[in-house]
Ligand binder design. Sequence first.
Ligand code: MRU
Length: 341
Amino acid sequence: MANNKPENIRLSDDGTAVVIIDQTLLPKETKFLELSNPAELHEAIKMLRVRGAPAIGIFAAYALYVIALNLDANDYNTFLTELRKQSDYLDSARPTAVNLSKQLQRMMKLVEDSSQLPLSHIRDAMGAEASKIQQEDIDMCLSISEYGLSLIENGNGVLTHCNAGPLATSMYGTGLGPILLANERGINLHAYVCETRPLLQGARLTSYELSRAGVACTLICDNMTSIVMKEGKIDAVFVGCDRVALNGDTANKIGTSGVAILAKYYGIPFYVCCPSSTIDPNCETGADITIELRDPNEIKELYFKDPIAPDEVPCYNPSFDVTDHSLITAIITETGINWLN
Ligand code: MRU
């Protein structure tokens, strides 16, 4: 895997569009989308065609570059003003993953620091920066995976929630990285995958990535987590993360905090894996993290042949929750294992 280029996000052959796998169609269909106009780039993030905290940061960096290529501006000030608007527009697509705003800010900083350069040079520098962001993510994922691997023993059962694999990052992933790397190194392990209601990232994406990589895995409904833990099938939990507050609270896919509470009850280590760029210095605690609320129809209709609940019944659909730092055994970043408890 280490020698392959990521296939989830790349530039088109002519360099004028961002190509992604439409993750909403997996595992049934592998369809590549070529996106270049701002509305479709924004929609791809909002509708989770590209998803996972690091992946949407990388995608947004390429997206801003592609938008810059097409921007109708002949002078620096017009270019900067228009690009700021487009960056804010992309940033508004989803609120919880800090990677989206951080990578857009990084791209805008480059533009702001380049006022003396011709626009063509600035555009080239933006393309190079986006590609650098992706390469850094590849390196960070590998490093996180190596640290995580040191916590896995032959014969272990591990559990993961949502999808924190190559589709959500660049390669290996964060939460899934130690599991994929362990398998590559010949370590025998069994992965339990929570389906992850309502958008089923575990069922559709994680079990797909694990089975394609040849990892022994079993899919469970989210409400089966307690029984598999009680039955002694789980030695460790590995998950990804969308934002880390300064006190160690972490936001991840809805249901993650419940898994952490169960892990604590059963005495199972709970590891959060993420690049250090996911730490948000502006959030003191998890209470400062904005939780995305999504369309109620994702609960009632999206993955069902017919709606499963009466039309008139309201739904509450928070997409993320915050895991209290007291429940987290360690946060694993590219710099090492940070023990919390
Ligand atoms: O709504 P999603 O699918 O973008 O949520 C993704 C997650 O919660 C992941 O676990 C997280 O982004 C980490 S990805 C390495």
